[in-house]
Ligand binder design. Structure first.
Ligand SMILES: Nc1ncnc2c1ncn2[C@@H]1O[C@H](COP(=O)(O)OP(=O)(O)O)[C@@H](O)[C@H]1O
Ligand SMILES: O=C(O)C[C@@H](O)[C@H](O)C(=O)COP(=O)(O)O
Length: 344
């Protein structure tokens, strides 16, 4: 019996709500941004990347978002439309708001960071009026990105989308997705992230993002992962995934099982993009009716392939490509069932 079932009569697999932006990744590697001369432009924004990833895996994807009314907004809409990602629910900024821009700094294969330009950003202009109840009802899964909760009216749009999802049996996945820009305070983060976590069927976040949800210091290690996961499961979550970067991730399920997933060994190019690839392939596995371990391993393989690549969105893989990677790495035993209270 699958932990999470889906209404196969719903015509769309996944709808995501949140930001779609642009990534500018340096062509000259292993140096600080002030030493970079040229960049490659890619579609970006964690929800945008996940939409591309889930679509690349063959799923029917829609996006609720707002893009700038300029050539960058055109780029994003064209990119989605060319791949069959539904843009009927996307709007254009009305008052000159700009696309979010993310400049990735790749200082070394193991040291990268992102510099985000998010002043007057279009993606936070999604409004409740842009959220169509039937569109949500027609989707098996709604994925909410945490950053979309950072400001109104995007915040209210997300909360309304979740209300519609709960009303129509659409499963809610909360991708915590913390970006410091746009938030007024840590207390606001705790309020809205914990509210979303209490309404989600699946919660995916890094440990520092979970700490922010709990109102803890980002570096906190107490309470242990399983204690926090238990709380979310008591609130109704069926699966809680806590990511730990290159150390991998740990997943807890409502049927009281815990799984440790170690990272695959790859030649790292940048430390970003793994989470979006992980989430995309994990969601694919859920929709395919796979077991949680199978879906976790698929997500982990996809993540490894994307952190070894220059892009995030363009580097998203097909099912066949992920399967081939897993075959190449079949000697790496990455997944272990744990005692519930074991740590990563
Ligand atoms: N250095 C790495 N080598 C291989 N896989 C990695 C590496 N870093 C991250 N990953 C994979 O990407 C997943 C998500 O990465 P993480 O940094 O935890 O999340 P996010 O990208 O959302 O911040 C990890 O669980 C792991 O599977
Ligand atoms: O999330 C953003 O807005 C930045 C993304 O565009 C960028 O591709 C990235 O950092 C994704 O990394 P991840 O969240 O670690 O997968």
């Amino acid at each position: 019996m699958a932990l999470i079932s889906f209404d196969e009569n719903k015509k769309r697999d996944v709808v995501l709500i949140g930001r779609v932006t642009l990534d500018f990744n340096p062509n000259e590697l292993n140096r600080t941004l002030d030493k970079v001369k040229t960049f490659s432009m890619y579609l970006g924004g964690s929800p945008g990347n996940m939409a591309v990833g889930i679509n690349k895996l063959g799923k029917n994807v829609g996006f609720i978002g707002c893009v700038s009314d300029d050539q960058f907004g055109d780029f994003v809409l064209n990119y989605f439309n060319e791949r069959g990602i539904d843009t009927s629910q996307m709007t254009r900024a009305k008052n000159g708001e700009r696309m979010g821009l993310t400049f990735t700094e790749i200082k070394s294969p193991t040291e990268s960071s992102i510099l985000m330009y998010r002043d007057q950003v279009a993606d936070l202009e999604i409004a409740p009026e842009d959220v169509d109840e039937q569109y949500i009802a027609d989707s098996k899964i709604l994925i909410v990105s945490g950053t979309a909760l950072s400001k109104s009216p995007s915040r209210e749009a997300c909360l309304l989308a979740v209300q519609y999802a709960k009303k129509h049996g659409t499963r809610v996945i909360f991708d915590i997705d913390y970006r410091p820009y746009s938030w007024r305070s840590k207390k606001d983060i705790q309020i809205y992230y914990s509210l979303l976590a209490s309404m989600a069927d699946v919660i995916i976040g890094s440990r520092d993002e979970v700490n922010l949800t709990e109102g803890l210091d980002e570096e906190a290690t107490e309470p242990a992962d399983h204690v926090i996961a238990e709380k979310y499961i008591e609130q109704g979550a069926k699966i809680v995934i806590i990511k730990h970067g290159k150390k991998g991730s740990i997943a807890y399920t409502a049927d009281k099982k815990a799984y440790k997933v170690e990272s695959y060994h790859i030649k790292l190019l940048k430390s970003f993009g793994g989470g979006d690839a992980y989430g995309s392939a994990f969601v694919y596995g859920l929709l395919a009716g796979w077991t949680v371990p199978q879906a976790l391993q698929h997500g982990t393989a996809h993540a490894a392939m994307v952190v070894a690549s220059h892009s995030c969105s363009d580097a998203m893989q097909t099912v066949e490509q992920i399967d081939a990677f897993m075959q190449e790495h079949k000697d790496e035993k990455v997944i272990t069932e744990l005692d519930w209270e074991a740590a990563l």
